[in-house]
Design a protein around this ligand. Sequence first.
Ligand code: UN1
Length: 500
Amino acid sequence: MTYENILKDAGLTRAEFTGGELKVHTPVDGSEIAALKVHTISEADAQIAGANKAFKAWRTVPAPRRGELIRLLGEELRKEKENLGRLVTLECGKIYQEGLGEVQEMIDICDFAVGLSRQLYGLTIASERPGHAMRETWHPMGVCGVITAFNFPVAPWCWNAALAIVCGDPVIWKPSEKTPLTALAVQKICERVCQKFGDDAPRDLFQVLVGERELGELLTASKDVAIVSATGSVPMGRAVAGDMAKRLGRTILELGGNNAMIVALSADLEMAVRAIVFSAVGTAGQRCTTLRRLIVHKDVYDQLIPRLTKAYSTLPIGSPLEEDTLIGPLIDDQAMSAMEQAIEQAKSEGGTVHGGGRALNDQFPSAAYVHPAIAEMPEQSQIMHLETFAPILYAVKYSTIEEAIEIHNAVPQGLSSCIFSTDIRETELFLSGVGSDCGIANVNIGPSGAEIGGAFGGEKDTGGGRESGSDAWKGYMRRQTNTINYSTELPLAQGIVFDI
Ligand code: UN1
């Protein structure tokens, strides 16, 4: 199948993906696959105005009816799963199985949001005054800007958009400039779905901004964008948070991770090895949930590391479009240089590195294929505090579970974490208030591949936001506290007497 056919099968026309100034390259072989027109600042302003107009109409549509739109979106995504999954693979380089998995996450969150559209529950609260009732109601919030990263080009948009839409908020999507094609393909699906839905879907409910950083900055600067949800690097998140704080706008931030696994003395090593390999090399180490640090009990370390290096040596590296490949390319040369630099630093900090280095150079001279690396470190050194978006797994030893948890928490990021242990005292300690400081903490599974039903996000430099399941929907609505006096008296709260 040619690249052009992949684009066309995903619903894009030649006129849409040629003739523009934003060049899109596939990481599969580095070739140019599209040249998109970018939006100007005034077009972006018009999008914001259009979205606000859409908000006025959409917030009056009953939430279960808003859910119907997302039900139709889920239905359409089911039909388009293979076509969109293949475009995800072509544009961001993750293997086809993972491309399909990403579209499945979109479908799953749509199902979740449809149910949610009938469950936007508030509380009833006991009033301290006689003849009074109190309750909490949730209302649509306003326009929601969604900024997404190249490594998960479509699913995080959908975690945000599916919830925002049932909550009554129009969505403006600023995808990574490295992966705008998948966004355009999804936008076309949304437009089709809105048409099917009927007249109560206003214009500009879903919009996409194609271009560079300044378009994202427009979203964070504008008072008319009530919420900005951003997925990406810590520096990007700090910039978004700074701009939004200046105008006291609401943010939902899901930033970098530096996820670890504690492998305890009692761990099932067979299971641990399988979990480690998937979460450390899956998506070529370019997930925010990728396993980057292994904290291994000193008495199992010498059994575990050789098994891992052996497993690593047989992993098929190749085009992500080929069925047997497990490791596709990094997104670009810059990512490759970052990996090389990190490995150099690990060595200079006393590490012994297995693997690493460029792969398939003859076959794909313009792409960034790499051998995944394991770096045995004498301690948790400086490089282990950084998130390098590449398949480098650092390993250190520990003696006591308390020490392991201390090492675990001593990095700036706090997204995902896990422990492999069959000792309930250790696993419960890890999940307790003095255990893992991450937003996600797992037992006997790896840190990546979270289900959509749970709240997704983490603490510290990860930004504190929560997306996807549980009660993350509250981030897209405004809470209102209501007190209703159905008596003939006017008592004041706190027992205050104020007679006139
Ligand atoms: C990301 O890398 O930004 O838990 C998201 C996971 C996926 C989402 C990753 N469900 O690995």
